[in-house]
Design a protein around this ligand. Structure first.
Ligand SMILES: Cc1ncc(COP(=O)(O)O)c(C=O)c1O
Length: 389
């Protein structure tokens, strides 16, 4: 009998995060698992999308993205990230940061080469590395501040290393990489000729005075960075699937070929509306961060009062918790107990680790939700009691 599944597909599982959303629906739970807003997207972006459809932006756009959106991206990264980019040769629009990441890795990494990934990581990076035949090298981020060991990272770089993935602000930990940490990574990238592939989709969701820095803006790193972003989190438009890659003309040329044959292009009218979103007034970003701070500050004490040990995030919209003292068999048992008995869906920590045992005592809560939703979760969590032994 032939095996009708490829060895690659057999080597990873379906997304645990997205599965938890389905489990949540079955149990009519409050969904604090998958990171998407349950509140309305801003009206002016929706109106821009409707207008683009009625203006008949309904056929394929230019494969690398509409000129208008690529121009808007260049303008935005100039004022926010302090970077210049040529929209003709250095910006590629894809179907969300998700496609940006796989198209970038397929465009630059060969089988047998190594990609460094900080662990815990956003779960797509593992399968992404497998799909491009790369060998992932995992570097642990150590709680409570999620720092990496400089010696361990230094040892991970070698002649086979092609890329390092940096997600800041970070999902699931809420870590915001500091200038010193990014400079340390940049020095290693420059020494070994390694590309920094960055996932910066939470760049505007920052707390307690944290500042976002793009590694591409450090000396010598502009052409050695593949910078990924999307409209999903900043503009609360996760379903539109519009993201972009900024990279040197050479890297862009390879990545564009992969992108073309993967998806041809992102939805044309939604690209036009994304250009409107990227040009929104700057006050929008302050309000966004402030509203997320309110949500974070609502949920943190609720979790603490329910007995969870919390890691206070400095960015992004997740709270990682430690549940070791509750005495569950593992993180999966804890997550299922929470959704089945109390109707609150979370993600088991092991979903973010290659070495599952490192996530065995952790559970992640997502809070891009209306305050009413968080209140409902709070009512349920106040009843939470770990199982009696
Ligand atoms: C770190 C990170 N990268 C990428 C994505 C997916 O981004 P997109 O919706 O643009 O594909 C997510 C979604 O949760 C994420 O947390």
């Amino acid at each position: 009998m032939k095996e009708y599944a490829s060895a690659k597909a057999l080597s990873f599982t379906e997304s645990v995060i997205r599965d938890m959303t389905r489990v949540c629906l079955r149990h009519k739970g409050v969904n604090l698992s998958q990171g998407f807003p349950d509140f309305a997207a801003p009206l002016e972006f929706k109106e821009a999308a409707a207008k683009a459809i009625f203006a008949d932006a309904n056929q394929y756009a230019i494969t690398w993205g509409t000129p208008n959106l690529r121009q808007a991206i260049a303008e935005k990264i100039a004022w926010y990230n302090g970077l210049t980019a040529d929209p003709e040769k250095e910006i590629t629009v894809c179907c969300g940061a998700t496609e940006c990441m796989i198209a970038s890795l397929l465009g630059v990494v060969d089988p047998g080469e190594e990609v460094i990934v900080f662990e815990p990581f956003y779960e797509n990076y593992g399968p992404d590395a497998i799909l491009c035949g790369a060998t992932p090298r995992f570097i642990t981020l150590h709680e409570p501040d999620w720092h990496f060991d400089e010696k361990e990272l230094t040892r991970a770089f070698n002649n086979k290393t092609k890329a390092i993935i940096i997600n800041t602000p970070n999902n699931p930990t809420g870590k915001v990489f500091s200038r010193e940490e990014l400079q340390f990574i940049a020095d290693l990238c420059l020494k070994w000729g390694v590309l920094a592939v960055t996932d910066e989709i939470y760049e505007h969701i920052l707390y307690d005075g944290a500042r976002h820095l793009s590694i591409a803006s450090l000396p010598g790193m502009r052409d050695q960075t593949v910078m990924i972003n999307s409209i999903s989190k900043t503009y609360s438009l996760t379903g539109w699937r519009v993201g972009w890659i900024v990279a040197s003309p050479k890297v862009t040329a390879s990545v564009r070929k992969v992108h073309d044959f993967l998806t041809v292009g992102a939805a044309h009218p939604l690209q036009e509306a994304a250009a409107v979103a990227l040009r929104v007034g700057r006050a929008y970003y302050q309000t966004l961060a402030e509203e997320y701070r309110e949500r974070r500050d609502f949920l943190l004490p609720v979790l603490e009062e329910a007995g969870f040990r919390v890691y206070r995030p400095r960015g992004a919209y997740y709270i990682m918790t430690d549940v070791a003292h509750f005495g569950f068999a593992d993180d999966v048992a804890c997550s299922f107990y929470l959704v089945e008995k109390f109707g609150v869906a979370t993600v088991p920590g092991s979903a973010f680790y290659n070495r599952a045992e490192l996530g065995k005592t952790k559970v992640r809560f997502a809070f891009p939700k209306k305050i009413e939703t968080l209140q409902m979760a709070a009512e349920r969590l106040r009843k939470f009691k770990p199982p009696q032994k």
